[in-house]
Every structure is written in structure tokens, then in C-alpha cells.
Design a protein around this ligand. Structure first.
Ligand SMILES: [Zn+2]
Ligand SMILES: [Zn+2]
Length: 250
């Protein structure tokens, strides 16, 4: 698998990065995890506008899904007059309604489904192209999922947005790469069931036996170096900060 960070800014875009979006590729198949603010523009640095094969939305906070409205325009109103065939979009209950109403206050109910084939995510194991994925509810104020992506005996786990939860420990069990949010700062923000701090991300990686930790979803007002240091204090494996265009062979 190849993972490419399209955007990694937490909660709102920074001057350097779009919000959450990660491209996962294997066997020529392209799966995008989340499409937050600004992600559609950045995505075009890494693949063609119409080269995605499937999209997974961890939850419906705008910083994880709002560029789907822009992507709808690109797929529905192609400059050549055609219309893109629907690609699978996996998201929580109500994803189609949420995106449709975000796009327009008088939307045509069927239009989004002409270019997106919506599937409702539940905690389960299923196939997306060549990937076997496992989803679990994580600890966030809205219905939110973490995802474990397996291919060729390798494992990528993405936390989505979450507080500390045993579900995330299981999703990240023995993961080759654990892409984990660290939106809060240890000793500063402490709101349960919302976000992790760098230390908690490191502790989760250690409990899960993950081999590599990549911290993401750090908001522009948070010092990433503090979170990086906090994670390294409790996790012995390699820890990186996500950055736009950074890629990993997993
Ligand atoms: Zn978020
Ligand atoms: Zn969120």
C-alpha cells in the first residue's frame, strides 16, 4: 500500500495544509480517506480529478467531508458535457442528505447519487476494491469511525477524530502504520470523547503494538513539536508528523 497525505490540518485549514484527506493506493486502486476543506485542490497534485475509485468519510464534521460538495460539481458538470459514473462513497448514516443540503438549499434529491454511490458505514468488515477494511465507532460527539485497511498482509489504521477508546486500540492492533489524530495538547485541553493529545496517541500506539505512528489533525493553533515530543515520550517506535505530500510505502 502507498499512503499519501493530501491534507492534515485539524479542524480548519492552515496556510500550509488542507484539512484531513489521505490517499491510499494498491494494485492501481485509489481509495481516499476523508475530503476536508481544501482537499480537492491538493488531491490534484497526486492524481487526476477522476482517478479516485472509492471514498471513505470517517464522519460528517466539515473538516472531513465538505470538499465532497466541490467534488460533486466536478463529477456532475464535466467540461466535456458528460457525467461521471458513480463511485462508492462510504460514510455514516445520513451522509447523502448531509452533503446534498450542504451543497444547496434547494437540492435535487437524486443528483448526488448520480455520481456517488452512497453506502452507510456500520461497525463491520468489508471489501473496498483490493482492500479489506474494518470499521469501528470511535469516541467523538457525532457518529464517527476509525478504519483499519489491510492489503497484502500489511495494515494501515486511521483514527478519524476520537478521544481515548478501546475500539481504537483494537483497530490499531499490530498496524504497520498508525495514522492517528493528536488535536489536543497534553496538560492543556482535556475534554473526554472529543480528541486525543500527542501523549494519548503515543499511548494508544504502544498499547496496540503499532510499528509506526504518524500524528495528524493538529490544528494551526497547536504546537506540533510539543505533541511530537509527548508521543515519543510514551511510544518507542518511529513517530512522524503528517505533512502535505508526505507518502509512505506500507
Ligand atoms: Zn476533525
Ligand atoms: Zn470531528
Amino acid at each position: 500500500m502507498k499512503l499519501t497525505v493530501v491534507g492534515c490540518s485539524g479542524s480548519f485549514p492552515s496556510a500550509e495544509s488542507a484539512c484531513s484527506s489521505y490517499l491510499v493506493e494498491a494494485d492501481g486502486f485509489r481509495l481516499l480517506l476523508d475530503m476536508g476543506n481544501g482537499a480537492l485542490g491538493e488531491l490534484q497534485r497526486h492524481c487526476g480529478l477522476y482517478d479516485l475509485d472509492a471514498i471513505f468519510l470517517s464522519h460528517l464534521h466539515a473538516d472531513h467531508c465538505i470538499d465532497m460538495c466541490a467534488y460533486f460539481v466536478a463529477r456532475y458538470y464535466r467540461h466535456d458535457g458528460g457525467r461521471c459514473d458513480p463511485i462508492p462513497v462510504y460514510g455514516p448514516e445520513g451522509t447523502e442528505h448531509r452533503l446534498t443540503t450542504a451543497y444547496a438549499d434547494t437540492p435535487t434529491a437524486s443528483s448526488m447519487s448520480e455520481v456517488f454511490d452512497f453506502h452507510t458505514v456500520k461497525p463491520s468488515t468489508f471489501e473496498i476494491g483490493p482492500f479489506t477494511v474494518h470499521t469501528e465507532r470511535v469516541a467523538h460527539p457525532v457518529e464517527a469511525y476509525g478504519i483499519r485497511v489491510e492489503h497484502g498482509g500489511r495494515v494501515l489504521t486511521y483514527s478519524g477524530d476520537t478521544g481515548v477508546t478501546p475500539a481504537l486500540d483494537e483497530l490499531a492492533r499490530d498496524a504497520d502504520l498508525f495514522l492517528c489524530e493528536a488535536a489536543f495538547t497534553h496538560g492543556k485541553e482535556n475534554i473526554p470523547d472529543l480528541h486525543l493529545n500527542g501523549r494519548e496517541a503515543g499511548e494508544t500506539a504502544a498499547r496496540a503494538g503499532a510499528r509506526r505512528l504518524v500524528l495528524t489533525h493538529i490544528p494551526p493553533w497547536t504546537d506540533p513539536q510539543v505533541n511530537l515530543t509527548d508521543a515519543r515520550t510514551v511510544f518507542d517506535g518511529p513517530v512522524d508528523l503528517a505533512a502535505p505530500s508526505l507518502s509512505y510505502e506500507i
